[in-house]
Design a protein. Sequence first.
Length: 449
Amino acid sequence: MARLFGTDGVRGPAGTVLTAELALRLGRCAVEALPGGDGDAPRTGRSGGPVQVLVVRDTRASGPMLEAALAAGAAAAGADVHLAGVLPTPAAALLVDRLGFDLAAVVSASHNPWADNGIKLFGPDGRKLPDAGEARVAELVASDAPLPARGTVGRVAPLLGATEDHLRALDERFGDLDLAGRRIALDCANGATFRVAPEAFRRRGAEVVVLADAPDGRNINAGAGSTHPDAVSRAVLEHGCDLGFAFDGDGDRVLAVDGTGRAWDGDELLALMALHLRATGRLAGGVAVTVMSNYGFHGAMRDAGIPVVATPVGDRHVMAALDERGWNLGGEQSGHLIETGFVPSGDGVAAALLTCEALGSDALADRAAMRRLPQVLVNVPVADRDGAMADADLAAAVAAADAALEGEGRVLVRASGTEQLVRVMAEAPTEDRARAVVDALVAAVPGRR
């Protein structure tokens, strides 16, 4: 069996790769992988009774099918399953801890097209299962050995009021934020934020212009959301908004647009947040970002005296770095922005509200916290990505290019985690210089196809 868990859970085309049968087995094995239980007795949860499982999904057409299969598998292992329906992914990370669940599962493929779907698992602390936990679930899923007959089955029931629980948590965190007099555009990507995001901003007094808030199962992320910021940019200009935000399909990412229509990526928003939290005495230590973070972010934090640590790509790596250091802020250029004082997960709605808090009465266009360097990225198809990355001549070329840009920019050459590609990226003071560096490095990649 191919590797089950990727960088963000199990994901693939619904009905072919991610089937109902796989979802059922995942639900059962996720419960069986939990500690506790003896012999044929079901696992016990932290309350001392049956394991309690929370299930959240986005708006994809395949969501109800996979939700039902996942719930059936967990119930077959003796767990009680609570179906919260359509909610952003970070709501699962928040509620699994607040409401005392033992496990949360999110049925979503994030920013992927509607035909894909996925399953992410969260532990009782609201964090995604660590690698060891995912490996144990994957081992059980792949095993030919029969799973134990538990002798009892759990219950499956709707969890009423989960949307209000999420909104109440946002109210608690941002209760002092007053957005009266501000007109804000929100692109909900026809996804999981379509109810929560507009209501959260209206409760702060904002006049809200909402787009892509009519999910039909097949229009999630279609020409909308954080992967298509032009849509919210047009809405900001058309309706004279002060700013706008675009979420992805499951609501754990956000990008912003200022009043002039310019898009702000996760690095720029994170820099703004870091300076704000430091100024208000709420920044614990420094900021964790990934290796894809723009060089301009590092320069801005260096000038501000804020430590930065770079991790491999993926919000789980960012979260691990924050936990290791006791820091509370991190994120990715793509818009996964984590402020652990609220939830240990990227939360698009919370990040958008924190951006507004950082701005106060200022316009986003006037509050640039960093200068984003031009970035050029080329994906190079190769016959053997690992062999290419081990090539001594390529390593020497990378080192020379990096040394030439020292203090002005940087280069990053890495293998794709999922495809036979080598990703070549350079950042420099001008786009022409960045492109020249990338072109030279692409020519040095062995085994190009």
